[in-house]
Write a protein that binds this ligand. Structure first.
Ligand SMILES: NC(=O)c1ccc[n+]([C@@H]2O[C@H](COP(=O)([O-])OP(=O)(O)OC[C@H]3O[C@@H](n4cnc5c(N)ncnc54)[C@H](O)[C@@H]3O)[C@@H](O)[C@H]2O)c1
Ligand SMILES: O=C(O)C(=O)C[C@@H](O)[C@H](O)[C@H](O)COP(=O)(O)O
Ligand SMILES: [Zn+2]
Length: 385
């Protein structure tokens, strides 16, 4: 049990409520301020004898006691498990810490899990919820910009494998998402920039007017202006809810949300998880995917340069790294481009060894298709430092 350290301030304000329409798996995304402390935020959740808050060693000390206090009216027993912090810990070992806590505390199949943290905590808590007793309810309480605009929504849950990102997981939807914008005020600047990568992503694939808005409001976003953050989170969640509502399990359309990720995931795995942040890989990966789109005649050069400027202005890298030769088995003799290609062949969108890229067109649409290895290698060579 967590000690209740202080009284909640309550008085939460919901600025927006976005519904994700998935039939019986539908749920609301609440976006607002002071939501964490307000017992009203948590009313109507599944009833249970116990809840388990899953967090990490950074977020726990900041927010877990407040969440526990607010939940205490609803759940007689509230337990806490604190995971090590970082992408390098998105592993079986961390997942087992959640199962150890669930079992040692006598949690049953009604126990509700609360994922309090960024995307790493969210993805692992969701996966644990999908597995424990073959499925218990869980709530996403995202505390990073990246998690509020993307990872808490849509039910992709997973852990990493040394050979590939998010390779072991499940589609499993939360019963509610609560985005308390106030938590973004304690986020390190590098993490805020990482979150902006996923915000920017929605522009070229779905909404060019939103891209205009991001450009016009980038300074306000980086200064954490509450109104700008509220709009960025709301519009991002609306777009993601729309896409996921049409294609929950990525039979087709949902793959557009992977813009920048084919290259980005290769960077994350190739450098070793945690070396570059997920959002940094996505930011740079979008630049590489845009340059590939240009080489295939889909995107005009001025549109590519516009994206590069925006990614850079968001505080994200626009040049790809040289992937460590020898980091993975059998890659010692590979060139940098060959190493990228080797890692990208593991991507979940690949079919029969053919890599599929999310490419973008001038009109603000995305297409998912293959490209000749030689052309991809040229783009990698041109994009890497
Ligand atoms: N499931 C999905 O659809 C989806 C979508 C996008 C990304 N992801 C996954 O999400 C992960 C990245 O998520 P992330 O960027 O949130 O990283 P993260 O979870 O590692 O959090 C980033 C850092 O910020 C700290 N932190 C979190 N909230 C804080 C706060 N309010 N104040 C201070 N520090 C805080 C964390 O402890 C961590 O050190 C990746 O594993 C990625 O694969 C999943
Ligand atoms: O929700 C989705 O679908 C996405 O692709 C969102 C991505 O931002 C996210 O990083 C996702 O985890 C990547 O999916 P994956 O299937 O390539 O692991
Ligand atoms: Zn992502």
């Amino acid at each position: 049990m967590i000690p209740a350290t202080h009284q909640p301030s309550a008085g939460g304000q919901v600025h927006a409520r976005v519904e994700i329409d998935l039939g019986e798996r539908s749920y609301p995304i609440l976006i607002g301020s002071s939501l964490l402390d307000d017992p009203a935020t948590w009313s109507g959740l599944p009833k249970a004898a116990s809840a388990l808050i899953v967090t990490n060693e950074t977020v726990g000390p900041l927010y877990a006691a407040r969440l526990q206090q607010a939940l205490s009216q609803q759940y007689p027993q509230i337990h806490l498990v604190t995971l090590p912090d970082g992408e390098a810990y998105k592993t079986w070992d961390s997942l087992n810490l959640i199962f150890d806590a669930l079992l040692s505390k006598g949690c049953d199949r009604k126990t509700v899990l609360f994922a309090l943290g960024g995307g790493v905590v969210g993805d692992m808590t969701g996966f644990a919820a999908a597995c424990y007793m073959r499925g218990v309810p869980f709530v996403q309480v995202p505390t990073t910009l990246l998690a509020q605009v993307d990872s808490s929504v849509g039910g992709k849950t997973a852990i990493n494998h040394p050979l590939g990102k998010n390779m072991i997981g499940a589609f499993y939807q939360p019963v509610r998402v609560v985005c308390d914008l106030d938590t973004l005020q304690t986020l390190p600047e590098r993490e805020l920039s990482a979150g902006l990568a996923e915000v920017i992503k929605y522009g070229p694939i779905h909404d060019l007017a939103f891209l205009d808005w991001i450009e016009a409001n980038l300074l306000a976003l980086r200064a954490r202006d509450p109104k700008a953050l509220a709009h960025a989170v709301q519009r991002s969640c609306e777009i993601k809810a729309d896409v996921v509502g049409q294609d929950e399990r990525e039979a087709g359309l949902r793959a557009i949300l992977n813009f920048g990720h084919t290259f980005g995931h290769a960077i994350e795995a190739g450098l070793g998880y945690g070396e570059w942040l997920h959002g940094e890989g996505v930011g740079c990966g979008m630049v590489m995917a845009a340059r590939l789109s240009q080489r295939l005649g889909l995107l005009a050069e001025d549109k590519v340069e516009r994206l590069v400027r925006l990614v850079e202005a968001a505080g994200l890298p626009v040049r790809g790294p040289q992937l460590k030769v020898g980091h993975g088995e059998g890659c010692a003799d590979l060139s940098n481009a060959q190493r990228y290609l080797q890692l990208m062949r593991v991507d979940k969108k690949a079919e029969a060894g053919e890599i599929k890229f999310v490419l973008v067109e001038d009109a603000g649409r995305a297409v998912v298709r293959g490209a000749p290895d030689a052309l991809v290698a040229e783009v990698i060579d041109a994009c890497c430092a």
